[in-house]
Design a protein around this ligand. Structure first.
Ligand code: PHE
Ligand code: ZN
Length: 877
């Protein structure tokens, strides 16, 4: 451990910057060994800060070497400035001046992938959140917005493509014969949106005509061998641009929009102004190498980054506590976009099931934090499911409370009022309130209060008066630093069904309808529905109208009814999931007690009806057939018995497979098609149903099914079907598994993104030798510790292997801890994210819990990065 431990910074300590930077002029002399960065910062004291003689304090990093500083072009003598830890401090300044800094950096030694670094043969940058300070000394905070001009000097032969934000204004040669390119971005922006790329890249060009008839040049850059895989992203970009005009009235502002794909990237993608940089796994797509899920992900991320141009760039965050201002809103925008492009219900089910699995787990663990955190040690740790996904749910609830039209008026007002500003979540809510007249005072607690609320519903029907009383209680469990909680404003969308599943009309506070949004604002509240003619079955929390855990004593009959008749598609899925969860919980209890598993599954009939009803959306049937995941069941459990959960899921799947083997076979055949691959909603639906049907059918132990898997693997003309067949063979532990795994690698070894899928599937295998497997994968030529995608594939995959990760002797945890220790210094962001599975130790069954805790303590004994330190100390607290 270090002597001095990193300390937290707090939202309540926010002050405006003492200085502003009106213009930023940067020159990069790019070179493989050292890059010289010269900055000219046109600065002045901030009038909003008040009169002051405070010194100028610029952020930097230990990796930035200062060569010289000048003030208004006069070199500063050493006594007038100092570099202390990672700050450059200049004692006395005028009220207005130009500060020049010359610094040296070494991109080729940058393994953290923050700032300027090398990925394959190119230079690229990543500046969010605090990466810019690893390029040069700066006021690296989002409320300092500046107009950037960037000069790039490099060797034309190796770096013919040299890009930065905005428009290219000059290109020529200098005296040494190097190429000099100048970019100018007219829109003031914080440094986190700065980007630079240089390399020998191929480009795909296109154009987009905006609603006001401006022609925008669109360019996607990749290494030349990947340029044939960008067509889908380009189309997705154009769809996003059109959608943002139509749905939000937002038009693109610069004349050019560029995207670059890089192989080494800590996150998914980055919305740098006019120059988005993408992890190649989130951009490249072709039928042969990309699965349906990945196609949808590419589309969603292209849209997400594009939408940031308004929600994030034109209007940005005042400070990093406000991160959800841009992320929550932008996730909401990309989710709605994808819903409009494909099936809204399918998209909602996928998003909610992800939220309930992963965000609920985060919100119940040691890293739980409000959507607007009150403090942090390392901001990189707060790019979380809470800030993103729960943040999006908050915006969605505002949409529900205001309705479509007023929500749009609120967003128009927000963009108009704050264009060019760095603002807060409160400003966002204020715009929504001002445009709609809706009071969101209590609602705002969603931003400051962590934890998932539990809403418990009870009811009473009075046949004589035709009144149905629904009582709702809310309670939010304590989270770290927040022992007591206040009631939230929770929109609960409700409908009532009769015993045949027909929607009932009912009157609530004078409004008669089949569907009502109730406002739960107290700890306990009773709502009366009148005009109810028969004992109803309530359909609660329709479309998942709030991110809460709903409790209501549904009988299995109620759930079967909702599952087959509710006209809220989301709740049909939700009822089926609940039924499955109930049965699985019974089985899990039996497994924990060591009893023989037995359940008289109601799901058999439910599934049978589904499989025989050809009028249903095959995508929805597929989602219902997917049993609640190991991860979701773990989130629900306390304590978690990983092996018991695994056993219960396998047992139930087997039961269903055996009982419905003929239905699964028929479904598999019925949804197999031969027409050419399209990543369309319709085809995706058929493939997903076909492949899940196949996964059940093989469980029934039918030899024909095993042959079907092999045949599909061999004849597939697209990665979705090929990889589905491979996964079924591996996860079903079929005899063909190892042969197919080897063949797959052989076939795809030169396609890194496909190899990553292979690494993940291999690492996630359930077998006694899982730990040895993952160790050998890390020695495999396809593995590379420098590449975050490879690390995520192997170690992320391993985390899913119950038999590997949760080995009784703790060796799985020890292995992961060893990797975290290795990566801690090399790439702290990746190391920190790898800690997530270990943060769950308190909820694990006692024998495993102690082993996991011991590994956390072992990590803590190391000299830790801020990133890992924060997660480990909070986990052990
Ligand atoms: N701002 C990016 C996004 O949400 C995510 C990101 C954060 C990327 C930090 C890189 C570094 O789109
Ligand atoms: Zn984002």
């Amino acid at each position: 451990m270090k002597e001095s431990q990193p300390s937290a910074i707090h939202l309540k300590d926010y002050t405006v910057p003492a200085f502003l930077i009106d213009k930023t002029e940067l020159t990069f002399d790019l070179d493989e060994s050292t890059t010289v960065v010269t900055s000219r910062l046109h600065m002045r004291r901030n009038p909003a800060f008040g009169k002051s003689t405070a010194p100028l304090v610029l952020d930097g990093g230990e990796d930035v070497k200062l060569i010289g500083v000048a003030m208004d072009d006069y070199p500063l003598p050493p006594e007038e400035y100092r570099v202390s830890e990672d700050k450059l401090i200049i004692t006395a300044t005028a009220d207005e001046f130009v500060l020049t800094c010359e610094t040296l950096i070494e991109p080729q030694n940058n393994t953290k992938l923050e700032g300027l670094y090398r990925s394959s043969s190119m230079f690229c940058t990543q500046c969010e959140a605090e990466g810019f300070r690893h390029i040069t000394f700066y006021l690296d905070r989002p409320d300092v917005m500046s107009v950037f001009t960037t000069t790039i000097i490099a060797d034309e032969a190796r770096y013919p493509v040299m890009l930065s934000n905005g428009n290219q204004v000059e290109r020529g040669k200098n005296d040494e014969g190097k190429t000099v390119v100048v970019w100018h971005d007219p829109f003031p922006k914080p440094a986190y949106l700065f980007a630079l790329v240089a390399g020998d890249l191929a480009v795909k060009n296109d154009v987009f005509t905006t609603q006001s008839q401006r022609e925008i040049t669109l360019q996607i850059f990749t290494e030349s061998h990947n340029i044939d895989k960008v067509d889908y992203a380009m189309e997705a970009l154009k769809r996003s641009m059109r959608w943002d005009e139509e749905v939000y009235g937002r038009e693109y502002d610069l004349d050019i929009f560029m995207i670059v794909a890089v192989d080494d990237f800590n996150m998914g993608a980055m919305e740098n102004k006019g120059l988005n940089i993408f992890n190649s796994s989130c951009l490249l797509a072709s039928p042969e190498t990309t699965t349906d899920d990945n196609y949808l992900r590419v589309e969603a991320i292209v849209a997400h980054e594009y939408f940031h141009n308004w929600s994030g760039n034109r209007v940005t965050c005042r400070d990093w506590f406000q991160l959800s201002l841009k992320e929550g809103f932008t996730v909401f925008r990309d989710q709605t976009f994808s819903a409009d492009m494909h099936s809204a219900t399918v998209k909602r089910v996928e998003d909610v099931s992800f939220l309930k699995t992963a965000q609920f787990a985060e919100d119940a663990g040691p890293m739980a934090h409000p959507v607007r955190p009150a403090s942090f040690i390392e901001i990189s740790n707060f790019y979380t499911l809470t800030v993103y996904e729960k943040g999006s749910e908050i915006v969605r609830m505002i949409h529900t409370l205001l309705g479509e039209e007023k929500f749009r008026a609120g967003s128009d007002l927000y963009f108009e009022r704050h264009d060019g500003q760095a603002v807060t979540c409160d400003d966002f809510v204020a715009a929504m309130e001002d445009a709609s007249g809706v009071d969101l005072t209590q609602f705002k607690r969603w931003y400051s209060q962590a934890g998932t609320p539990i809403v418990t519903a009870t009811d009473h029907f009075d046949a004589e008066t035709g009144s149905y009383q629904l009582t709702l209680k809310q309670e939010t469990p304590a989270t770290p630093g927040q022992p007591t909680k206040l009631p939230l404003h929770i929109p609960v969308r409700v409908g009532l069904l009769d015993k045949e599943g027909k929607a009932l009309e009912a009157t609530v506070e004078g409004v008669t309808a089949q569907d009502h949004v109730l406002h739960l604002t107290e700890s306990e509240q009773t709502v009366v529905f009148s005009g109810v003619t028969t004992q109803p079955v309530p359909s609660l929390l329709r479309d998942f109208s709030a991110p809460v855990k709903l409790r209501y004593e549904y009988s299995s009959e109620d759930l079967l009814l909702l599952m087959s008749t509710d006209n809220d598609g989301f709740n049909r899925w939700s009822a089926a999931q609940q039924l499955a969860v109930n049965e699985l919980n019974t089985l899990i209890d039996q497994a924990i007690k060591g009893e023989t598993l037995a359940v008289d599954s109601q799901l058999v009939d439910g599934f049978k009806t589904l499989l025989n009803d050809d009028s249903l959306d095959p995508a929805m049937v597929a989602l219902v057939l997917a049993l609640p995941s190991q991860a979701y069941l773990s989130e629900l459990a306390n304590p978690i018995y990983p092996a018991a959960i695994k056993q219960a899921r396998q047992y139930l799947k087997q039961q269903l497979a055996t009982a419905l083997s003929a239905e699964f076979e028929r479904t598999y055949q019925a949804h197999s098609m031969s027409s050419g691959y399209q990543p369309s909603a319709e085809q995706i639906a058929h493939r997903s149903l076909k492949n899940i049907a196949l996964s059940y059918w093989v469980e029934a132990g039918d030899e024909k099914a095993q042959q079907a898997v092999r045949a599909q693997y061999q004849s597939a003309d697209n990665m979705t079907d090929q990889f589905a067949a491979l996964s079924i063979a591996v996860n079903g532990q079929l005899d063909s598994a190892s042969e197919l795994l080897a063949a797959f690698y052989e076939q795809w070894q030169n396609e890194p993104l496909v190899v990553n899928k292979w690494l993940m599937l291999s690492a996630a295998q359930e077998q006694d030798t899982a730990l040895e497997t993952v160790k050998s994968l890390m020695e495999h030529p396809a593995f590379d510790l420098k590449n975050p995608n490879k690390v995520r594939s192997v170690l992320g995959g391993f985390g899913q292997s119950v038999s590997g990760f949760h080995k009784a002797d703790g060796s799985g945890y020890r292995f992961l801890a060893d990797q975290i220790i290795v990566l801690n210094k090399r790439n702290p962001q990746i190391a920190s994210r790898l800690c997530t599975p270990l943060t769950r130790w308190k909820k694990l069954q006692p024998e495993l819990s102690v082993q996991m805790k011991a590994e956390l303590e072992r990590i803590l004994a190391e000299d830790l990065s801020k990133d890992v330190y924060e997660v480990i100390t909070k986990s052990l607290a």
